[in-house]
Design a binder for this molecule. Sequence first.
Ligand code: NAP
Length: 288
Amino acid sequence: MNINAKTKMFCLLGNPVKHSFSPNIHNYLFEKYNVNGVYTCFDVEQSNLNKGIEGIKALGISGCNVTIPHKVRVINYLDEVNSNARLIGAVNTIKNEGGVLKGYNTDGVGFVKSILDKGYKLNNKRVMIIGAGGACRSIAVELASNNVLSINIRNRSEEKAKEIANIIQGNFQTRISYSKEAINENDLDDIDILINTTPIGMESNLCPIDESINPPKSLLVCDIVYKPHNTSLLKWAKKHNLEVIHGINMLINQGLHAFSIWTDIKTDDEDVENIKKIYEKINNISFD
Ligand code: NAP
């Protein structure tokens, strides 16, 4: 990397940010696509968020990602917000266009790309999402934008699920329902794709579904938790010979989409595989 007076600056704003994989994604992409850019991370306290955003303009920072705990509140400080990010109510990517800050949400887009990359079509598919937090919101909006037939949300409490249902109902043709009931075997007969968006299984062997359930053979099972790589949900799915999508794919694809927003460069398929190798190396693990 040749940093000089023309190098464009990109960054992550969050708290904490020290664990972030985003610098590895973007600095790889800058190098591969010959972009004179550099990506780093800033820990920003909640009370300093507005100053942090003013700093982007003042310093001419070209773009940034935004993560916990700022994704929702940051909207108040932007000049423009993309329509799906507005529906989701959260922004994770900002582009500085000549002093005008534009907000986007690439989480759901990244998730959808993970499914499309595997050769699946979303049109008319029936989806069940476990969890109703921020990740579910972004995934539900992007799935509905891609014309899935129905989304059923399962969450331990109904309030947040209802909010998401209202957003989908008010803006898309997709049928939406929600429940706080645990998933049973018959429920899975009526769906094509099952997605976990709760943290259950993160750094643990807990599973968001009863592992004694026998799933239908055609079910696609996705987990957005990426640590561990093979969560209990994905192990259960693999035991039944189902196709799975790992959380690392969404993590990488949301970054690729942010890079394309900033640079107008379309990334290629080998980037996902190359970035996975970087992830394996720095975490000293193997995905095989
Ligand atoms: P969030 O906004 O806090 O939402 C979490 C959701 O999970 C809530 O609906 C919550 O239910 C439910 N939940 C939490 N703990 C639970 C438990 N023990 N039992 C049952 N339900 C539980 O979090 P988020 O931002 O959506 O993120 C969720 C997970 O996705 C995290 O593990 C995060 O690391 C991961 N993630 C991955 C990616 C990626 O790129 N792969 C991107 C974003 C997030 P209540 O509504 O009842 O509280």
